[in-house]
Design a protein around this ligand. Structure first.
Ligand SMILES: [Zn+2]
Length: 659
C-alpha cells in the first residue's frame, strides 16, 4: 500500500480571491480507516470492476496457461486505477454513447490515450510525433510554432482547414469562422489535448472531414509545454487521471491563467501574438476543476451578460450552449455551467457566478470581444469520461460555429464597436431571481480526529438540490467614464510594449502638443505583503483633476475608439484590478526621491508665512488636529509640500486621460 502524506489541501483550479477561499481540506493517511460510505463503497467497487472490464484489451496479459513468470513481469501493465483513488470520494461508474468514439487499443490510428484504454496522456515528444504522423497523411493539417517556451520547447499549433492553410493571411481569406482550442494552460489539466487528437484523427482518417467545410480549427495541444514535462503521478491530487500529469504553473512558477493582462510569460506573449495574427472568432480554454463533488462532468462558462461583450454573451447563452448541452446529453454526459460553491462544506448556501477580470482567459476574451469559453471538467470524474466529453463538446462546437458563422461574427462586431460610455471595473454579487436545480452528490459531515473539526464525506449518491440560491457578480461596483484617449509618456516603455503586444493600436505625438487632460493623483498606496505571480501588486486611492499641459513629442496616444478600447481602459485605469498600475508596472512612482533638510524647511516655512498671510490661517486650521500638532516632521512636511521645491510628479499617475 502506498503511503500518502497526512494532509493535503485541495486547491481549485480557479480558486482566487474571497469568493473561492473556502476549500475542502482532505486528510488522509494509509493508517487511517477510509471513510465509511454505505452506498458509495458499492459504487467504488463497481468503478473498480468497470475499470478492469474496460481495460481488458490493453491488459492483454497472457494470464493464461502457465505463462512463464518472467514473461508476465516483462510485459508492461497498464494502470486501471489512479494512485489517489484511495483518498478521493467514491468514483461513480459511468458509461455513455460517446464511448463508441474510442478506437480499439490495437487500431493503427488509436491515439496514445486510446491505446492506454483512456488512462494515460502522452509526453510532449510522443504527442508531437503522433500528431506529425497524422499530419503527414493529409494536407488539411499544418503545424506552426507560436514560439519557444522558457526551456526552449516549441509551442505548436495545428491548423486544420479544408484548404490546408498554413498562414494566417490565407486563413482570413477563406472567410470561415476560426476556433482556437487551447489545451493544457494548466498542464496537469490536459483533457483537451487527448480529445483534440482523437477529433483531428477522425477528421483526417475518419468520416468527419466535413467539420472543416464551414469552420477552421486552430489546435494548441499543450500550451504550458514546460510544465507539461514536469510530469508525475502526484501533481493533481484531486484529479482522477491521467496516470501521469503535468504541473499547474510554468517553469518559472507562474500561472499562465493569471497572465493574460500583464503578459509577463514568454508563453503568454506568444499566445497573444497568435490571437492577434490568426484572429479566431471563438477561443476555448480547457481545464479540469477541483472543488465540491457533483454529477456534472463537463461544465463550461464565459463572462456574464453584464460584461463587456453582451452580444457575444447572448450568442453563447442562447445559441451555443443549448446546442452543446444537447450534444453532450445525447452522448451520455451531464453538462452544466461553471460551478463554484459559496461554501464547500454547505451546499445549501448555493453557488456563485463570476465575472472575471482580464487576467483570466474568459475575462480577457470578454474585454477584447473574443467570445471565450472556459471548460472545466470535473476532476473527480475519470480521465476517459472527461476526454470523451471534451471531444463531444469540441465536435459540436465546430458544427454550431460553422452553422452560425454569420450570427457569431455579427455579435463580435457589435461588441467591438459598442464603445460603452461607462466601463465597470469591479463587480458586486447579488442573488439571481431564479435559483438552480443543482444535480449534486449527497454528503455527510463527520468529526475528524485529524483536523479536529468536521470534514465533508461525499457519498457518491446523486442528489438533486432544488432551487439552490445563485450569487452572481451582476452589480457594477467601481465604474469609470470612457475617455476619448489616453496619453502615455515615452519613458514607460514596458507599459507601451505590453499594450502593443495586446494589439492595441497607438500613435505618437509628432511634436510637442498642448492638451486639455485629466490626471489621477494617487494616495494611500498599499502594497501586497508578499509577491503574487512574481510581482509586488499595489492598490491606491485615486482622485482625478483637470490640467492643461504640453506633452512632448513621442508621447503615445491610445484612442479608446478602437476594437480593443475596452481592454485599454481595463489595463490603464488605476482602479481596475488588472490595470498595469495594480500589477506593479508603475511602482517607481511610489518612491519619493528628493528631500529637504529640517534646517532648510524651517526658514522656508517662516518665509512662506510672511509672504502668504492666508497660509497662516490654513496652518492654524491644520494644527487643530492634535496628532498633526504633535508631529514635528508632519508640520515641516506641510510647508515643504506647499513649496516650489516639492516634487510635483510624486504620486501622480503618469497616464493622462483626454477630456
Ligand atoms: Zn485550470
Amino acid at each position: 500500500m502506498r503511503l500518502f502524506s497526512p494532509s493535503v489541501i485541495a486547491i481549485a483550479c480557479l480558486s482566487a480571491g474571497s469568493l473561492f477561499t473556502a476549500q475542502l481540506a482532505v486528510a488522509a493517511n494509509a493508517e487511517v480507516p477510509q471513510p465509511e460510505v454505505a452506498t458509495g463503497a458499492a459504487n467504488a467497487e463497481a468503478a473498480k470492476i468497470d475499470a478492469v472490464d474496460t481495460s481488458a484489451d490493453s491488459s492483454a496479459l497472457p494470464a493464461t496457461e502457465a505463462a512463464p513468470e518472467a514473461a508476465v513481469t516483462a510485459t508492461p501493465t497498464r494502470a486501471n486505477t489512479f494512485v489517489n483513488d484511495a483518498i478521493l470520494p467514491p468514483s461513480i461508474t459511468w458509461h455513455g454513447a460517446s464511448e463508441s468514439l474510442l478506437l480499439s487499443t490495437d487500431n493503427e490510428w488509436a491515439t496514445p490515450f486510446e491505446q492506454s484504454n483512456g488512462t494515460e496522456s502522452p509526453s510532449y515528444d510522443d504527442t508531437i510525433t503522433w500528431l506529425d504522423l497524422l499530419a503527414a497523411e493529409t494536407t488539411k493539417l499544418q503545424k506552426v510554432s507560436l514560439g519557444k517556451s522558457p526551456q526552449g520547447r516549441d509551442i505548436w499549433m495545428y491548423v486544420a482547414s479544408s484548404e490546408g492553410i498554413n498562414e494566417s493571411a490565407r486563413l482570413k481569406q477563406n472567410t470561415k469562422p476560426t476556433i482556437l482550442v487551447q489545451a493544457g494552460i494548466h498542464a496537469g489539466e490536459i483533457d483537451g489535448k487527448d480529445a483534440g487528437m482523437m477529433l483531428l484523427r477522425d477528421i483526417v482518417k475518419g468520416d468527419k472531414s466535413d467539420l472543416l467545410e464551414k469552420a477552421n480549427l486552430l489546435f494548441v495541444p499543450m500550451f504550458s509545454v514546460d510544465a507539461h514535462e514536469r510530469s508525475g503521478e502526484f501533481n493533481r491530487v484531486n484529479q482522477r487521471g491521467p496516470v501521469n500529469m503535468g504541473w499547474r504553473t510554468n517553469a518559472n512558477n507562474l500561472n499562465l491563467n493569471r497572465d493574460y493582462a500583464k503578459a509577463d510569460t514568454l508563453e503568454m506573449q506568444h499566445m497573444l501574438r497568435a490571437i492577434n495574427v490568426w484572429q479566431p472568432d471563438l477561443y476555448i480554454d480547457v481545464h479540469v476543476t477541483d472543488g465540491i463533488d457533483y454529477q456534472y462532468d463537463i461544465t463550461f462558462g464565459y463572462n456574464l451578460a453584464q460584461g463587456l461583450s453582451p452580444a457575444s454573451f447572448r450568442w453563447l447563452e442562447n445559441s451555443y450552449r443549448p446546442a452543446v448541452e444537447a450534444a453532450l446529453s445525447a452522448q451520455g454526459h451531464i453538462p452544466g455551467p461553471l460551478i463554484f460553491a459559496v461554501d464547500n462544506s454547505d451546499i445549501t448556501k448555493g453557488m456563485s457566478l463570476w465575472n472575471p477580470s482580464p487576467r483570466f482567459s474568459n475575462g480577457y476574451g470578454d474585454a477584447r470581444h473574443l467570445p471565450t469559453i472556459l471548460i472545466e471538467n470535473h476532476s473527480l470524474k475519470p480521465f476517459k469520461q472527461r476526454v470523451l466529453g471534451t471531444y463531444v463538446m469540441l465536435e459540436q462546437t465546430l458544427k454550431t460555429v460553422g452553422d452560425q458563422a454569420t450570427k457569431l461574427k455579427s455579435a463580435i462586431q457589435e461588441d467591438k464597436y459598442r464603445a460603452s460610455p461607462l466601463i465597470t471595473l469591479t463587480w458586486k454579487s447579488a442573488p439571481l431571481a431564479k435559483g438552480w436545480d443543482f444535480k449534486g452528490i449527497d454528503y455527510k459531515l463527520e468529526q475528524s480526529s485529524i483536523s479536529g473539526t468536521e470534514v465533508v464525506r461525499w457519498t457518491g449518491e446523486p442528489k438533486l438540490y432544488p432551487n439552490l440560491p445563485v450569487l452572481a457578480e451582476t452589480v457594477p461596483d467601481i465604474k469609470v467614464t470612457r475617455p476619448s484617449a489616453y496619453y502615455i509618456p515615452a519613458q514607460w516603455t514596458q507599459v507601451i510594449d505590453r499594450l502593443n503586444l495586446h494589439g492595441i493600436r497607438m500613435t505618437r505625438l509628432s511634436k510637442p502638443t498642448e492638451l486639455k487632460l485629466q490626471q489621477y493623483s494617487l494616495s494611500n498606496p498599499v502594497f501586497n505583503t508578499k509577491a503574487f505571480e512574481g510581482r509586488l501588486t499595489v492598490k491606491a486611492d485615486s482622485t482625478l483633476a483637470k490640467l492643461t499641459t504640453t506633452l512632448p513629442a513621442g508621447t503615445v496616444k491610445i484612442s479608446t475608439d478602437q476594437p480593443l478600447g475596452d481592454l485599454a481602459i481595463l489595463l490603464l485605469e488605476p482602479q481596475s484590478p488588472d490595470s498595469l498600475l495594480q500589477w506593479g508596472f508603475f511602482n517607481p512612482i511610489f518612491t519619493r526621491t528628493e528631500y529637504i533638510e529640517d534646517y532648510a524647511v524651517e526658514p522656508l516655512a517662516a518665509k512662506m508665512l510672511k509672504e502668504e498671510p492666508k497660509l497662516q490661517a490654513e496652518f492654524n486650521k491644520a494644527l487643530e488636529n492634535p496628532e498633526f500638532a504633535a508631529d514635528p516632521e508632519a508640520r515641516l512636511r506641510w510647508f515643504y509640500e506647499r513649496s516650489p521645491y516639492y516634487d510635483n510628479q510624486y504620486l501622480k499617475y503618469p497616464v493622462y486621460r483626454s477630456r
